[in-house]
Design a protein around this ligand. Sequence first.
Ligand code: ATP
Ligand code: MG
Length: 804
Amino acid sequence: DSPTSEPLLAGLNPEQRAAVTLPAGHALILAGAGSGKTRVLTTRIAWLLQNGYATPGGILAVTFTNKAAREMLTRLSAMLPVNVRGMWIGTFHGLCNRMLRAHHKAAGLPQTFQILDTQDQLSAIKRLCKQHQIDEERYPPKQLQQFIAHCKEEGMRPRDVPQHDSVARKKVEVYQLYEDQCQREGVVDFGELLLRSYELLRDHDPIRAHYQRRFAYILVDEFQDTNRLQYAWLKQLAGDVVEGRLQTQGSVMAVGDDDQSIYAFRGARVGNMQDFVREFDVRQQIKLEENYRSYSNILDSANALIRHNSRRLGKELRTQQGPGEPVRVYEAASDLAEAQWLVDEIRQLVKDGMSRREIAALYRSNAQSRVIESALFNAGVPYRVYGGLRFFERAEVKHALAYLRLLENPHDDTSFLRVVNFPPRGIGARSIEQLQDAARSAGCSLHDAVAAVAGRAGTHLGAFVALVDVLREQTQGLNLRAIIERMLEASGLIEHYRSEKEGADRIENLEELVNAAESFVMQEGFGRDAVALPLDEQRAALRQSPASQGLNPEAPRLDLPLPAVDAAARPGAGAADVDLETGETLSPLAAFLTHAALEAGDNQAQAGQDAVQLMTVHASKGLEFDAVFLSGMEEGLFPHENALSSQDSLEEERRLMYVAITRARRRLYLSHAQTRLLHGQTRYNLRSRFFDELPEHALKWLTPRHPGLASFARTSGAAYAGASSATGQFGLKSESPANAPLPAQKTPPAHGLRVGTAVFHTKFGEGKVLALEGQGEDARAQVQFPRHGTKWLALAVAKLTVVE
Ligand code: ATP
Ligand code: MG
C-alpha cells in the first residue's frame, strides 16, 4: 500500500480514529494484542504533525525496542513529507542517552561516556570484587549486579538504600564502590542511563523547564512494561508537582495492555497504569477491542486462556476475520521428535507458499533453541536465532568494540582489561594485578598506570598501550570504516582468528561489524564525506546549523508551523548527540559505539532475511507472523518451574503465553514432548496446564490427547518414568541426526516414582510428582506440595513415600 496518498485516518475504526484525533490532554489507550495500539500511536504522531499541532521537535515517543523506533520513523516518513530524522523517538535508554549527552556537564559525565552492557557490567563488578576482596561465595557477582540494577530501578543511590544488617551494608558498600569505579572510568550501565537522566531533570530546573516546554506531546508504547523509574522520568518531563498535585504542560498518551505485562521480573509495574490515570487525572480512556491480526480460533484461545488470570483490567478481543484454521496441538515422544515434526510442518508451509520470515518458532527459554536449530540445520532450512547472544554481544565483536572504545577513551578499564592480552601478547595475570595495584595507589586509570610498572611486565604493558595510542593517532580524521579496518589489522585480531581453527566465522562477524558501521553511518546521515571531515570542521558545521540552535535552551524555541519546523529534525542534528551548551557532538566512532551498546540491550529480533525466525516469547513482543510454533509446552518449562510457587508469577507466565498466542495471524501450533534433554539432563515432563485452559472448539489434536495436569488426582502415570539408558543416549544428541530414535526401553527406575505419583514428605506433607531427573544417587524429583509450593528434592536424601 502507499500510505503517502492515503489520508491518515482512512482505514481506521471509530475508536482508533478517536484515539488518533484526541484533543490535547492526557489519555490512556488500553487495548488487547493486535488491536492496532502501535498503529494508533504512529498515526497520531503523523496527524499531530500534519495538522500543525506539533512540530517534529515537540514530540517525544517511547518505543519498546530500537527496532520499533526505527520502524516508527520509517512509517512516519512514508506518511508525511517531513524529515523525521532527529526526532525524539526511541527507547527509554536511547532517549536518556541522548539527553545525557546533551547535558553531560550538568549530569556530571564526560560527553564521550561509554555504555556498559549487561556483560560488561558483570565483569566490572567481578573486577571490583577481586580488588576489594569481597567474598564471591557470600556475595555472588551476579546477585550484586541484580541488586544494583534493582536499586537503580527504584531510583535509589547507595545512601538511599536501607541497611538493616551486615549483608545489606556490604552490598551497599559494593554499590558505592561500583559507582565510584564507573564514574572514574567514564562509563554508565543501562540502569544508570535512566537514573542519571531522571536526576538531571529533577535537579536542574532550567533543563526540566526546557524539556517540559519543548515536548508538547509525549507518547509511550507498551506502557504496561514500564518500571517505577521510567514512570518517574516521564512525570518529570510532563510537569511539576505543585501542592501535591501534578501540574502538567504537555499531553501524555500511554498505550498498553495489562495482559501483556511480562517484565515484572525486571521491575516492570502494571500499577503504573492506575497511577497514571490517577496522578495525571486522565480524562480520556479509550479501549480498542477489534483485533486485526488473527483469526478467531487463535483469538478465542488467547481470550479463554487469559480469563484464568485474576487481576485484570478486563477487556475482550474480537475479530471479523472468521474462525480460520484450528490451533494445532502435537505431542511428541521427545524433544528431538518434536523438532523434527516442526521442521516437517515448516517445510510444508513453505511449499504451500508461505515465506520463511513469516514463520516463527517461539520458546520459553533460550536453552530450548538448540534442538530446533539442529533440526532446521540438518534439513537445510534457513533460520535465524534472536536473543541469546546477539551480534554485538559475541566475543569477537566485543573484543573489536573494546579496541574501538579504547581509541575513544583510553581510561575505559573494562575495555582495557578485555583486550590487554587479547590476542595473547604475553601479559599474564600477575602483570595485570601489578598494574591494578599501581592504578589503585595512584588513583588513575590502568592506561595511565602502565609507566609505573617495572620490568618485563612493564615492557609488555607499555607495548600494548603504545599500540593503542599510535592507532589513535593514525586513525584521526579517517572515516568510520577505515578506522575499524585499521584497528582490526593493527590489533592483531584478524590475524589471530585466521590462525584459529574455528576462526572463519569470527572473521566473518568482524567483517559484519564493518558493514554494521557502514549502515549506521548511512542511517544517521553522517554521510561519507561528512565523516571524512576533520572533527573541528564537523563541529563548526554543526554550530552553524539551525538545528543546534533549536536545541539550545537559551535560544528562542522553534515552535513554528509546518513545514519550517523540521529544522529541529535536520539530518545529523538530533541524530548525532549534541552538547546543548557547546554544540559539541560525538564523533561517528563514539556515536557508533553508543549505538552498539544500546542495540546489545535490545531484547528483540533485528533484520528480517528470508529465514525462519527463532526467538523467545519475550523477544516476540509487539511482532506478528503468519505462522507461529510454540514448542516445549510442558509443566516446568512453560509455565516455568520457577514460577510455579506463587500466584503472581504463574499469572505472569500466563500473560507470556497470551503474548505468544497473539503473535500468530493464520496458524498456531502448540507442541510438547514427553522427554526432553535440558541442561544435560533428561526430564520427563507433563503437558502444560495451559492446554486445559484453551477452548476445545478451537483446537485440533494431531496426536491423541492424554490426561494432563488437571487430571492428576485421577490418574497417576500420565507421563513416563525414568529410562536408565536415556541420558547416555541423549547425551550424544548434538552429533546424532535430529530424528534419532527414542530410547526403546522404559524400565521403571529404582525409586519407583513416576510423574503424577502422589507422595508424602515428612516436612512438606502430601504432594504430586511433577517431573523426574537424573538417576541413582543423582535422581531428583520435582514435587508440588499444596501448602509449600513446588520443590526439587534429591531422592537419595528426601524421604518420600508413595501414597496409595
Ligand atoms: P501488540 O499488542 O501485539 O503490540 P498492537 O495493538 O500494537 O499489538 P498493531 O501491531 O498496531 O497492534 O496492529 C496489529 C495489526 O493489525 C497490524 O498488522 C496492523 O497494521 C493491523 N491493523 C491495525 N489497525 C487496523 C485497521 N483499522 N485496519 C486494518 N488493519 C489494522
Ligand atoms: Mg504494539
